[in-house]
Design a protein around this ligand. Structure first.
Ligand SMILES: [Zn+2]
Length: 338
């Protein structure tokens, strides 16, 4: 598919699959009541694009840990320094912001597929990337893979698979929204060709057409719950009914587009009311992602048993999440900043 087929809109993660029916909204469904006291881990969410209200809502819904993959910021970067600043924010300020709501923040580092097509810049990014892969809180290389399935995308996908292999790090693979089945197969074939163990590779943005092959070949299969399109909550329930919970995980991929940071707890609630066993729900909304990315050695599992204590009087290089006159909150149980 050529560039002329591209939509004029700027697609974030959810460019609707053709032929998929939108999922009905569950407006009157009191999901929070269903999952009271449960804990969740969202292995794909772009918090730099989200607000403190979102952090608060995640904490209130029981999300104790998240992974923020490095990705496309919605417009092309114009130089290396913006990549560097972005990477620094993922291990610095954003991590701190998350801690101020009691949530463990991890990230994956990588050159996204879109910007792999800017070869001059991509070369520079590849030079600094290894400096970031071994920082505290970095749980893998990601999100990398194919967008338009160009030769340059393939070149930098392969180069980054080699970085992951060298560091024995998990890989978070973004699969393309156009020609998904073919792109997913190609992503897996190349990973195997580079000698990666499929148990170290998380194939993301699966759908009903791709999941069986991903699981059969031994990879982890991640599903993104998009509001109204693609893997809606109900569709995810059906996937777990059919395939069980082994090596399957759910994420929100919430970013700067219309997306729902609470997709993981909401899907868990829907699974519960539809009779999915609780241990399977726990696998796909918490444990499997921790196990997969925990292979990096970077995830402190004991800190994911609950929300962490919050001390908003702490500062990060002199900055806080508080604004003039706000009192720091030092207890995770108080709901909103005064
Ligand atoms: Zn993403």
């Amino acid at each position: 598919m050529g560039h002329s087929d591209k939509p004029t809109q700027n697609p974030p993660h959810f460019q609707g699959d053709t032929g998929q029916q939108p999922v009905e909204k569950q407006e009157d469904f009191d999901y929070k009541n269903e999952i009271k006291g449960w804990h969740f881990f969202d292995p794909h969410i772009h918090m730099v694009s989200r607000t403190t209200d979102d952090y608060q809502a995640l904490a209130d819904a029981g999300v104790v840990g998240i992974i923020e993959p490095a990705f496309w910021v919605g417009q092309p970067r114009t130089g290396l320094s913006t990549f560097r600043d972005y990477y620094n924010s993922l291990i610095g300020w954003e991590r701190f912001r998350s801690s101020q709501f009691g949530i463990q923040h991890y990230c994956t580092m990588g050159l996204n597929s879109r910007e792999a097509n800017n070869e001059e810049l991509a070369e520079q990014v590849m030079e600094i990337l290894p400096l970031y892969l071994y920082k505290e809180g970095v749980v893998g290389v990601g999100e990398i893979g194919f967008d338009d399935q160009t030769a340059l995308e393939e070149k930098y996908y392969r180069a980054q698979l080699e970085l992951a292999k060298e560091g024995n790090l998990p890989v978070q693979v973004h699969t393309p929204h156009r020609d998904k089945t073919q792109g997913t197969e190609k992503s897996m074939a190349i990973a195997l060709e580079h000698g990666l163990d499929p148990s170290m590779v998380i194939i993301d943005h699966n759908n009903e057409e791709t999941v069986e092959s991903v699981l059969d070949q031994g990879f982890w299969a991640a599903f993104t719950i998009y509001p109204f399109t693609k893997m809606g909550n109900q569709r995810m329930v059906e996937v777990v009914k059919k395939y069980g919970s082994e090596r399957i995980m759910v994420n929100s991929a919430a970013d700067w587009g219309i997306s729902d940071p609470l997709a993981v707890p909401k899907t868990a609630a829907l699974m519960k009311v539809q009779g999915i066993p609780e241990n399977q729900i726990r696998d796909v909304t918490y444990q499997n992602a921790i196990d997969a990315f925990g292979q990096s050695g970077q995830i402190k599992k004991e800190l994911l048993r609950s929300l962490q204590e919050v001390d908003q009087s702490v500062k990060y290089e002199g900055n806080t999440v508080l604004r003039g006159g706000q009192q720091p909150r030092t207890n995770k149980n108080s709901v909103i900043i005064e």
